[in-house]
Design a protein around this ligand. Structure first.
Ligand SMILES: O=C(O)CCC(=O)N[C@@H](CCC(=O)O)C(=O)O
Ligand SMILES: [Zn+2]
Length: 341
């Protein structure tokens, strides 16, 4: 157990033990140094490590933006404990963020409102727990990444339902960019088999870091939601070792990857609950990436109907329970023969 967490055993239990109302000032006692690497609590559920001669760019690893998505929280917790024990080299400045501690404690996706829709200026001032937490997570990232610099950001999640492709990533939209081969290799070596290219900006955490820093940032979906203690962490061993390679500044390990790269899909439609007797025609247990044929009626409301045209689409994140104005799913199509950069 590190002195950093005393009297708690690790980053996660320390984070869940005392949940403050507002932003917590970093305390001097919350610093430890291990083999020249400084570890510091920078706020609630926020821990950074800084080696003396770091490689760039800086790295943000977040988990638990949705409180019940526990597998990546457990992986981040393991990584932090092992780094503090000196079990792995640290040659990159890293910020580890546990997104929504009260929701983790409650084993819920969120407390008052979906945190992963609040990463924009106008949404961080509303009532409830999450707007304030979004502001805090943004402030943590801004304190960590100096002005004019960029970062890499992996926001780790698990999905509500099963999936025809178990591990996949969402690449936020920035005009005229392609997903770099290095990132595709890193994701593939982590077990990720598909990347969804967003078609417009989003107020997700990874969407925010992409817009703020032109960051190589991803929402990474790592399988299905299970409660704490019930995850198959062995299935995330590749992800963990790739994150440790990044933390160690060992890009060579990633560059040398020669396996199959993830299939890329273009988001062609974001389905929004219109609030006008909106009806999503997708069964609750439909796995992500299920193909919908031309002519299929995906949704309808009092005024409109969306029918698949031209060529089949695949449905990802279908959710008929979201409120008006919220995303009820994504429609994607495979992207053939994309040029690699
Ligand atoms: O399984 C689901 O329906 C949701 C899983 C999840 O939380 N996904 C993220 C994706 C964020 C993105 O589009 O980058 C979310 O909905 O916030
Ligand atoms: Zn999530």
């Amino acid at each position: 157990m590190s002195a950093l967490f005393a009297p708690h055993k690790d980053f996660l239990s320390a984070t869940l033990a005392d949940i403050p109302e507002g932003r917590e000032a970093a305390q001097e006692r919350e610093v430890v140094e291990n083999n020249g690497v400084v570890f510091r609590f920078t706020g609630h559920g926020a821990l950074m490590c800084a080696p003396s001669s770091p490689v760039t760019p800086r790295l943000i690893i977040s988990a638990g933006v949705h409180g019940n998505e526990t597998a990546p929280i457990e992986i981040v917790n393991e990584i932090v404990s092992e780094l503090l024990e000196g079990l792995h080299p640290v040659r990159r400045e890293c910020l580890f963020l546990l997104g929504n501690p009260p929701a983790m404690k409650a084993q819920e996706r969120f407390i008052d409102i979906n945190l992963n829709r609040l990463f924009k200026e106008s949404a961080t001032a509303g009532p409830g727990y999450e707007p304030n937490r979004a502001a805090e997570l943004i402030a943590q990232a801004q304190d960590f990444v100096p002005p004019g610099e960029t970062c890499w950001h992996y926001d780790l999640h698990t999905a509500i339902r099963g999936s025809q492709i178990e591990k996949f990533a969402v690449y936020p939209f920035l005009p005229a960019r392609q997903c770099p081969t290095l990132q595709l290799k890193l994701l593939a070596a982590s077990g990720v088999e598909a990347v969804l290219l967003q078609n417009k900006p989003a107020a997700t955490f990874s969407g925010w870091s992409a817009a703020e820093y032109a960051a190589e940032s991803f929402t990474v979906e790592l399988g299905k939601v299970y409660p704490f203690g019930e995850n198959d962490l062995a299935g995330l061993a590749n992800l963990k070792s790739q994150l440790l390679a990044l933390i160690a500044g060992d890009d060579a390990a990633i560059k040398s990857y020669s396996g199959k790269l993830p299939e890329q899909f273009q988001v062609v439609e974001e389905i929004i609950n219109t609030g006008k007797n909106f009806q999503l025609n997708i069964a609750e247990d439909t796995p992500n990436f299920t193909e919908l044929d031309v002519g299929y009626s995906v949704w309808r409301d009092d005024e409109a109907e969306y029918v698949v045209s031209d060529s089949p689409v695949r449905i990802v994140f279908p959710n008929s329970k979201v409120g008006p104005g919220q995303r009820a799913g994504l429609l994607v199509r495979p992207l053939p023969g994309i040029l690699l950069s």
